[in-house]
Design a protein around this ligand. Structure first.
Ligand code: C2E
Ligand code: CA
Ligand code: CA
Length: 679
């Protein structure tokens, strides 16, 4: 657009400049031509005059006219007209003794005219003669033979003296100009000037335009480059400080903001909240990752709106964990309660994703600024509260308080003591029997870790999670496994009972390098048949692709080690995913057993999970059987193995070994309808 406009301007400029140049040329050349012509004319008149004067001085009837003068005058004038030597024609003026005038004239008609005039008796006039082809000839003086009285007196009148007599040559032709021709020539030249000027200007303009456009393009490119750089920097800055998906600030920005708020002092009514989506994995697995992303984006936007209204900041700390920093306006219990309500209500409002109805459930951990001295501490406090909220059953809000502080401090203490306990072998294994549900016979044991800290037993869930957090869990798991193999090898060497051993592996342990090799070595050292070892793995959030993690155990599985999926039913993996998972056993979580004898709905849920598990064609173990009634109800299904306090509690190694000594150990009665071969 602008370039076309520029081209039009340049063309217009070229045209006018060239026109001006050619007009200027025309005017100057015409003026110059006139000047030269008038100079020539003056010269010719002078020459003629001197010719006449000399002739007059030498005039005598007997004296011949000097030929040079005569010739010079006429030839010179004719030259100005004739451009082509070859076209010159000579005219002899007859009838006048001693007088020869040769006329060089390209134009025969003009030559004839001159000759005619030379011969003519008519008085010479100063008139102009126009020829047909447009050439314009002016005559100021005629060479004339004074052959009549009238002619002589006429010339003498003009010259103001008595100088001519009959028979004298009185003048010469002066061909003054060929104005028309010259004008046409000048016009042609002007046109040429126009064309050449236009050409030169165009060349110049094009070169300049080329140069200018190069400069402009260079400038444009630089501007573009600068802009891109600035954008990239801005982008990088944004990405360094924001989460790409939700566009919320990231952890670093959030922490900075809290640090600033803490530094500024006013902190009575300031709080932070950690918000975690409950069972986010279910959404991802059952509705797809798009739905998961949509849920995260929606939750992010809602938290951002809450933060904006309260003059705070919302951030995404990672995964499905968000944080909020704001004022509980005015402070006090009531404003805190209303904030809790706002977060819970807004965040759990339904999200529509392409017709899919997602109903998010969130757990929230809240901490007041007063609870901590630094931003790190504050985040830890909120995190501990969130952890507690999850423990207490999700979908709820929990403030950080004194009891959580005690738990936190205890956890810190345990974390400090655990490495030492592991190194000194203070962590030991106990063994919970597993029985065949039909015959009631002992099938094997699940090894479970035990630790007493300062004389007090620490729940395994607690120290296992600490071990996971501190990167100690592989060491813990392998330690328990080694103890279990040692126990099993010793306990069963002198008995015919082929018991099996199950041991737990944290999902984090699966990430340990050379895990399979280490376990194979242990098996070899204990001389334990790999087919009598089951490794229980819980599907957790820590591992995105359980199948990849389990793949690390392939060398073990190839040698016969069985893989069991622990706490089955709580991981919410999709059916197709489960079907292709390389596991041999599914262990139904004890939460599905709780309450089945009192509550039809619970039983229906257990039935659903069992149907699913059995449908997958793997062997199924039910754990957490606490009562005879539960056992009876579970026996209605094709479940092969059971485990639970009703059958046997976890036993110390000595007790467990004693149990294996009784060759035909029955921990429960066989099924009433079972034909018992042994008894
Ligand atoms: P888990 O693997 O599901 O182990 C079964 C848990 O259920 C054991 O708890 C066991 O004592 C308990 N239990 C057995 N029968 C019943 C019953 O009838 N009713 C009830 N309410 N509970 C029953 P424990 O020993 O406290 O272990 C808890 C969890 O800690 C285990 O759950 C397992 O996830 C983890 N854990 C224990 N030892 C280890 C270990 O050596 N390595 C790893 N990674 N995790 C371990
Ligand atoms: Ca287990
Ligand atoms: Ca379990």
């Amino acid at each position: 657009m602008s370039s076309r406009y520029g081209l039009a301007k340049a063309t217009l400029f070229t045209f006018f400049a060239s026109a001006l140049a050619s007009i200027g040329f025309f005017i100057v050349s015409t003026m110059e031509f006139s000047r030269i012509k008038s100079e020539q004319r003056d010269l010719l008149i002078d020459m003629t005059n001197s010719f006449v004067a000399v002739y007059a001085d030498n005039r005598h009837p007997d004296t011949a006219v000097p030929a040079t003068f005569r010739r010079q005058g006429v030839e010179h004038f004719s030259d100005t007209l004739a451009s082509n030597e070859s076209a010159i024609s000579s005219v002899r003026l007859p009838g006048v003794p001693g007088l020869e005038i040769s006329v060089k004239e390209a134009d025969q008609r003009l030559a004839d005219k001159i000759a005619a005039m030379a011969r003519s008796d008519a008085p010479v006039s100063l008139e102009e003669h126009q020829f047909e082809d447009g050439r314009f000839i002016a005559r100021t003086m005629s060479p004339s033979i004074a052959n009549s009285e009238g002619c002589v007196s006429c010339h003498n009148d003009i010259l103001g003296a008595e100088i001519y007599e009959i028979g004298d040559v009185m003048g010469a032709f002066v061909v003054e100009s060929d104005l028309t021709n010259q004008t046409v020539k000048n016009l042609v030249y002007s046109l040429a000037v126009f064309v050449v000027t236009a050409f030169l200007i165009t060349l110049f303009v094009m070169r300049e335009r080329g140069r200018m456009s190069e400069v402009v393009e260079g400038l444009k490119a630089r501007v573009l480059l600068e802009r891109e750089k600035a954008e990239a920097e801005a982008n990088a800055h944004f990405h360094a400080r924001h989460d790409t998906l939700t566009k919320l600030s990231n952890r670093a920005v959030f922490m900075e903001r809290i640090d600033r708020a803490m530094a500024s002092g006013a902190r009575d009514d300031m709080i932070i909240a950690l918000i975690d989506l409950d069972d986010f994995k279910i959404v991802n697995d059952s509705m797809g990752h798009d739905a998961g992303d949509a849920l995260l984006v929606a939750l992010g936007a809602r938290l951002a709106a809450i933060a904006e209204a309260a003059g705070g900041l919302a951030a995404r700390l990672g995964g499905d964990e968000f944080a909020l920093f704001c004022r509980a306006s005015g402070g006090g219990a009531r404003s805190e309660q209303s904030l809790e309500r706002v977060i819970l209500e807004r965040a759990s409002a339904r999200v529509d994703h392409g017709g899919l109805d997602i109903r998010p459930s969130i757990s929230v951990g809240l901490a007041r600024f007063a609870a901590a001295a630094t931003s790190e501490e504050l985040l830890k406090a909120a995190d501990a509260a969130l952890y507690r909220a999850k423990e207490l059953g999700k979908g709820r809000v929990q403030w950080f308080d004194a009891s959580i502080r005690v738990r936190m401090e205890r956890r810190a203490q345990l974390a400090l003591a655990l490495p030492d306990a592991l190194a000194k072998g203070a962590v030991r294994a106990v063994f919970q029997p597993q029985v065949a549900l039909d015959s009631g016979r002992l099938m094997g044991f699940e090894a479970l870790a035990r630790w007493e800290h300062e004389g007090e037993p620490v729940p395994p869930t607690e120290f296992v999670s600490i071990a996971e957090e501190r990167g100690l869990v592989a060491e813990l798991d392998l330690h328990v496994l080694r103890s279990a193999l040692a126990f099993a090898a010793g306990a069963t060497s002198d008995t015919a009972l082929p018991v099996a051993i199950s041991a737990n592996l944290s999902a984090k342990t699966l990430l340990a390098p050379r895990l399979s090799a280490a376990i194979l070595r242990m098996l070899a050292e204990a001389r334990w048949d790999p087919r009598r070892l089951t490794l229980e793995i819980t599907e957790t959030r820590m591992i995105k692709n359980l199948d990849h993690a389990i793949a690390a155990l392939r060398p073990l599985r190839e040698r016969g080690v069985r893989i069991s999926l622990d706490d089955f039913g709580t991981g919410f993996s999709s059916l197709s995913y489960l079907r292709h998972l390389p596991v041999d056993e599914l262990k139904i979580d004890k939460s599905f057993v709780t309450g089945i004898e009192h509550d039809e709905e619970s039983f229906a849920v257990l039935k659903g999970v069992l149907d699913l598990a059995l449908g997958l064609g793997k062997s199924v173990v039910v754990e957490g059987i606490e009562t005879a009634r539960q056992l009876e109800m579970i026996r209605a299904f094709e479940v092969s193995v059971g485990q639970g306090f009703y059958i046997a509690k976890p036993l110390e190694a000595v007790e467990a070994a004693a149990l294996t000594k009784t060759a035909q150990t029955r921990l429960i009665d066989p099924r009433p309808y079972e034909v018992d071969v042994a008894s």
